[in-house]
Design a protein around this ligand. Structure first.
Ligand code: NAD
Ligand code: MG
Length: 398
């Protein structure tokens, strides 16, 4: 009898999802459940949504489930008792989750809270799918330095950066004329300044194309999201700031473009569904199937493009200014914006005050170089304090 050599079975990829209970996290869980046998889950983390985290843990069987909010520990422990899944809580447990040996880590925590866990994954040389743009904006140079030093791989999840990642030929970067980041323009694309001044949270949260978490939805309404993405693109791709453009494209079908010096412009298209860019990073360098709605260009008929309006959306120029200033300016911009968005969601300030708070904070803190993580945290803390003062002044207006 001749023994035929068995093909070795493909090893499942071990993965960790930081922020699994959020919008990007839930989409990541959805994809993993659609590809049974291809992934094993090392750790899942959430902030305080215990019922959802426990449900995800029961479905995906991670070794570890972490809640960032320590008050939620007992409830999670209770939900997962007898499951064999280890349970932990608190910011250090998040770093521990990221440090466990998963090959691929989804960084989908929102805000600077994601910085330390994301860095922990980078420092052990993991493949990091980066959704959490705030940490790259805030600590860009430090983070990219660690990626280099530790041999980590950073895969952009943000749809625009994922598009550029897909179409940028790194061997030809000297021949790139510009990168064009597309922006939907958000829910207030056509609204006048007077109406924007009175805009409610509900209006600002209602994004026309994408379903996302609250923070990024507000950032899309102010267009600070595109400002943050400009800074994100600057760190991810070897193209100078003056060659990164922003183009409003209300249908969110062309996710971004790269223009070369021979006149060619390459773009990645798809329906606005985050599972497409997430899947690209999850399977990278392969591709896997997703249930994202298929793009039907003949049904869409028309795609439109317009220049951004920097008058109505001052966040665009503020972000560009912060990037040009360099040093601690992007850290200050990000921290002030995080504080201002929370205050708007708490209905303490108006919609246009968000930009005011960021502008005032950026102008009020002296420029300093950022060399270490301590420099980042120092600038972040100073900016938050200053932004809170600006919020108090604005909220005490008669
Ligand atoms: P979300 O608010 O829906 O989810 C955030 C996740 O972070 C949740 O799991 C939450 O529990 C966790 N979290 C919140 N505060 C935390 C804290 N202090 N400590 C630990 N965990 C905490 O946000 P989202 O829309 O999924 O966005 C996540 C990140 O991805 C953001 O940086 C956002 O800019 C980026 N992003 C999101 C989308 C999108 O479509 N939602 C697209 C591109 C980029
Ligand atoms: Mg984006």
């Amino acid at each position: 009898m001749v023994l035929t050599k068995q093909k070795p079975a493909k090893e499942p990829r071990s993965v960790t999802i930081l922020g699994s209970t959020g919008s990007v996290g839930r989409n990541t869980v959805d994809l993993i459940l659609r590809h049974p046998g291809d992934y094993v889950v090392e750790a899942l983390t959430g902030n305080s949504n215990v019922p959802l985290l426990a449900e995800q843990a029961r479905q995906l069987r991670p070794r570890l489930a972490v809640v960032a909010n320590s008050d939620a520990y007992a409830a999670l422990k209770d939900e997962l008792s007898g499951s064999g899944i280890e349970v932990a809580a608190g910011p250090e447990a998040l770093v521990d989750a990221a440090s466990r040996p998963a090959e691929w880590v989804m960084a989908a925590i929102v805000g600077i809270a994601g910085l330390q866990p994301t860095l922990a994954a980078i420092r052990r040389g993991a493949t990091v799918a980066l959704a959490n743009k705030e940490c790259l904006v805030s600590a860009g140079a430090v983070m990219m330095g660690e990626v280099q030093r530790c041999g980590a791989v950073l895969l952009p999840v943000d749809s625009e950066h994922n598009a550029i990642f897909q179409v940028l030929d790194r061997s030809q970067v000297d021949h790139v004329e510009k990168i064009i980041l597309t922006a939907s323009g958000g829910p207030f694309r056509e609204m006048g300044r007077d109406a924007m001044a009175k805009a409610t949270c509900k209006q600002a949260l209602a994004h026309p194309n994408w379903s996302m978490g609250a923070k990024i939805s507000i950032d899309s309404a102010t267009m600070m999201n595109k400002g943050l993405e400009l800074i994100e693109a600057f760190h991810l791709f070897p193209v100078p700031e003056e060659r990164i453009e922003i183009l409003v494209h209300p249908q969110s079908v062309v996710h971004s473009l790269v223009a070369y010096e021979d006149g060619s412009v390459l773009a990645q298209l798809g329906s606005p569904d985050m599972r497409t860019p997430i899947a690209y990073t999850l399977a990278w360098p392969r591709r896997i199937a997703t249930p994202a709605p298929r793009l039907s260009l003949h049904e869409l008929g028309t795609l439109t493009f317009e220049a951004p309006d920097a008058e109505r959306f001052p966040a665009l120029n503020l972000a560009r200014k912060a990037l040009r200033l360099g040093g601690n300016a992007p850290t200050i911009l990000n921290a002030a914006n995080e504080e201002a968005v929370v205050s708007f969601l708490d209905e303490r300030i108006g919609f246009l005050d968000i930009g005011e708070v960021v502008e005032e904070t950026l102008a009020g803190i002296p420029s300093r170089p950022v060399r270490t993580l301590e420099d980042v945290f120092e600038a972040d803390a100073a900016a938050r304090e200053s932004a809170r003062r600006a919020v108090s002044n604005l909220s005490e207006r008669p």
